[in-house]
Design a protein around this ligand. Structure first.
Ligand code: ZN
Length: 350
C-alpha cells in the first residue's frame, strides 16, 4: 500500500493565512485549533476470520488471520490504543485523544469469531462488532468464493459452458490454480447475483464427477458460519455488538431498488427477531468500488441504522458521513508490529 500522507486542504489554506491572522488573534495556536477541527483519531479495523495456523487452508481470498498473531494484535491494541465499541462511535467521533481509538469489526459471521476470536477479545477486554449476513445462520447462503477456491484446488482441469461461451482452465500446478481462481472470482464479482447463481450451477454441472463433488462439499460450507443459537449467545456478550451485513452476500449496487431495500431491511428484522435487540449498525457486502454508492448510503440511513462501514481505507474525519465509514482491512499479511508504531497516517491512502 502506498504511503501517502493526508494533506487537509482547509488546514493548508488556513496555514497560508495564519501569519496575517496572527495579528488579529495574537496567536496562531487558535488557527491550528480551527484547522484541526476535522481531525479524528479513530481507526476502524476489518477482520473476517481467526483460525489456528493448522486449520488455515487455501486462504486465497486473504480472509483469515492466524490465532497467535491475532492475539498479538489485540494485545498491542489494548496496550497502545483505546479499544472502543462501535456503540460509542458517535460519542468519540469529534473527540481528540492522545491515544488513537480502535474499533474492531468482523464481517460475514464466521463461527471462528466465537470459538477463537472471542476468548482473546475477552482476555484483553477489547470490544468488537460482528456483521452477519443472515442467510448463513438461516442455512441457505451462497459462499461461492470458498466453493470456487475448493473446486480449483481439488481438480486438474475444468471446462465451463456459460452463456454460449466455453471457458477451459488447466489446473495442473499451483500457479495455474491461482490464475484460474482469480479469473473465475473476478467473473463472479462483475456479475449480479442471478448471473452468479447461473455461473455457479454451470461450474457445478461442468462434469459428472464435479456435480457429485459439489453436492458433497456444499453441505460443509454452512458449518463455517455462526448458527442462530451462537448469534444469540454472542448478542448477550457485553463486548460484542451484532450488526447486519445484508441477508444474502450480494453486490448491492447491482440490485433493483426494491430488492436492495428488502435485502438490507430483512437482515435487520431477522437479527432483531432472533436476538431481541435493536440492530443499529450495517456493513456493505464487498463494500468498495463497484459495490456501494450514494443510493446504498441513503437507503441504509433511511432504514434506521446509526452507522455503516465500507471497505474504503481513506482517513476518517469528523465530517465523514456515518453511512460511509472507512475501514482498514487486516489480512494474514498484516504485520502487528505496525500497531506499535501507530497506524496514523501512513497506512491511509489519502
Ligand atoms: Zn462480507
Amino acid at each position: 500500500m502506498a504511503n501517502i500522507v493526508n494533506v487537509d486542504p482547509l488546514k493548508k489554506i488556513l496555514k497560508q493565512y495564519s501569519k496575517n491572522l496572527f495579528w488579529v488573534f495574537g496567536s496562531n495556536k487558535i488557527i491550528n485549533k480551527i484547522a484541526n477541527f476535522q481531525k479524528t483519531n479513530i481507526l476502524i479495523l476489518m477482520y473476517h476470520r481467526v483460525l489456528p495456523k493448522s486449520e488455515i487452508k487455501n486462504d486465497y481470498a486473504y480472509l483469515t488471520v492466524e490465532l497467535e498473531r491475532f492475539e498479538k494484535q489485540i494485545k498491542n491494541i489494548s496496550q497502545y490504543y483505546l479499544p472502543t465499541s462501535l456503540k460509542d462511535f458517535e460519542k468519540f467521533k469529534s473527540h481528540s485523544s492522545k491515544r488513537p481509538r480502535i474499533i474492531i469489526t468482523f464481517d460475514d459471521g464466521y463461527v471462528d469469531n466465537m470459538t477463537y476470536a472471542l476468548p482473546i477479545l475477552k482476555k484483553y477486554n477489547v470490544p468488537a462488532t460482528i456483521y452477519i449476513s443472515t442467510s448463513y445462520p438461516d442455512g441457505n447462503g451462497d459462499v461461492w468464493w470458498y466453493e470456487i477456491i475448493d473446486i480449483v484446488n481439488d481438480n486438474q482441469e475444468i471446462c465451463i459452458i456459460f452463456d454460449n461461451h466455453q471457458y477451459y482452465f488447466s489446473l495442473k500446478n499451483h500457479q495455474e490454480k491461482i490464475d484460474a481462481g482469480i479469473k473465475i472470482i473476478n467473473m463472479f464479482l462483475s456479475m449480479d447475483h442471478i448471473a452468479q447463481s447461473r455461473l455457479l450451477n454451470a461450474i457445478r454441472n461442468s462434469d459428472k464427477s464435479l456435480t457429485k463433488y459439489c453436492k458433497h462439499k456444499y453441505r460443509s460450507y454452512n458449518s463455517l458460519f455462526l448458527n442462530w443459537d451462537e448469534v444469540r449467545i454472542l448478542s448477550k456478550e457485553p463486548l460484542i455488538t451484532i450488526g447486519a451485513h445484508a441477508h444474502n452476500h450480494y453486490n448491492l449496487s447491482k440490485l433493483d431498488r426494491d430488492v436492495l431495500i428488502k435485502e438490507i431491511s430483512h437482515s435487520k428484522c431477522r437479527l432483531e427477531k432472533e436476538t431481541g435487540i435493536s440492530i443499529e449498525h450495517f456493513a456493505y457486502p464487498f463494500g468498495g468500488d463497484g459495490f456501494v454508492g450514494k443510493r446504498e448510503y441513503e437507503i441504509v440511513k433511511q432504514l434506521g441504522f446509526k452507522t455503516s462501514v465500507t471497505t474504503y481505507s481513506y482517513k476518517l474525519k469528523t465530517t465523514t458521513s456515518n453511512f460511509q465509514l472507512p475501514r482498514y482491512a487486516i489480512s494474514r499479511f498484516f504485520d502487528e508490529r505496525n500497531l506499535e508504531r501507530g497506524l496514523h497516517p501512513k497506512f491511509w491512502k489519502n
